[in-house]
Ligand binder design. Structure first.
Ligand code: HXC
Length: 260
């Protein structure tokens, strides 16, 4: 356990997987400037660390995160929000190019739900609750809650969640496609780590471009997405890992990917 971070537990990578735990227990992991800044810093370091192939992000049993820090927001006027330093941190999280897997238990609300939606894969314990309660505060989601949520669950449920502020259960989140699996709460982190470990054994270049292609496709029309996919697919033909992967299959042995 590295102790350089006050509001995060950052564990040394195991088999290519780094576990980051949000750790602000007295405020249900509410996302203040410091916490988001620390998260952006850790992801920035993970970005260039070849020993890290995937990241698992978790909170506590009680809360993944209960939202942006409302006490901190209370002190900000329009100009304060406009100059909000957290914007830079959100951007860094958005730009993280390696697989990010969220292991969600308990409250996953507001900015917490928006953070979870930055993950590429979401796994949740059966007691998890997902919601965008900003409307109850006279505000609205501001870190992707009106955009990523609608892409994940469709218009009707996104509208319902954002306009009523009411949370949905893990079961509803699974049915709507917001998360891919439900586990017993005590197994969520293990399951997320298992998935991350599987991904960490693949060629990191293929993983990176596949992630980029999927995200690109969510942002654009089909023809543009397909063109991007074709280009990415073509680029991979120039990698050693592609040659190794195909050779290993033909030689009936497991591949050894070098990341080149
Ligand atoms: C700051 C928070 C917080 C938050 C909880 N706490 N959520 N502090 N910001 N978002 C603090 C409480 O003040 C309390 O501290 C401690 O955490 C425990 O919370 P309780 O309310 O006592 O727990 P409980 O009764 O179990 O209720 C849990 C809860 C409730 C239902 C999750 O805390 C809640 O409604 N929280 C706010 C959820 C919310 O509205 N989130 C959206 C925020 S707006 P003290 O010191 O008082 O005991 C947002 C905008 C995003 O996210 C925009 C991004 C740019």
């Amino acid at each position: 356990l590295e102790s350089t971070y006050e509001l995060l537990h950052v564990y040394p990578p195991v088999k290519g997987v780094q576990h980051i735990q949000l750790h602000r227990p007295d405020a249900l992991n509410a996302l203040n400037t410091q916490l988001l800044g620390e998260l952006a810093t850790v992801l920035g370091l993970a970005e260039t660390d070849d020993s890290i192939r995937a990241v698992v992000l978790s909170g506590s049993k009680r809360a993944f995160a209960a939202g942006a820090d409302i006490k901190e927001m209370a002190d900000r006027d329009l100009v304060g929000i406009l100059k909000d330093p957290r914007q830079q941190s959100w951007l860094a999280i958005t730009q993280f190019s390696k697989p990010l897997i969220a292991a969600v238990n308990g409250y996953c609300l507001g900015g917490g739900c928006e953070l979870a939606m930055h993950a590429d894969i979401l796994i949740a314990g059966k007691d998890a609750q997902f919601g965008q309660p900003e409307i109850n505060l006279g505000i609205m989601p501001g870190a992707g809650g009106t955009q990523r949520l609608v892409r994940a669950v469709g218009k009707s449920l996104a509208m319902q969640m954002v306009l009523t502020g009411q949370a949905i259960s893990a079961q509803q989140a699974k049915e709507a496609g917001l998360i891919s699996e439900i586990t017993q709460p005590e197994l969520t982190l293990q399951r997320a780590t298992d998935i991350a470990t599987t991904i960490a054994q693949k060629s990191p270049l293929a993983v990176r471009l596949a992630k980029e292609a999927i995200l690109k496709g969510m942002d654009t029309d089909l023809a543009t997405g397909l063109r991007f996919e074709r280009h990415a697919f073509t680029v991979l033909a120039g990698t050693e890992d592609r040659n190794e992967g195909i050779k290993a299959f033909l030689e009936k042995r497991p591949p050894v990917f070098s990341g080149r």
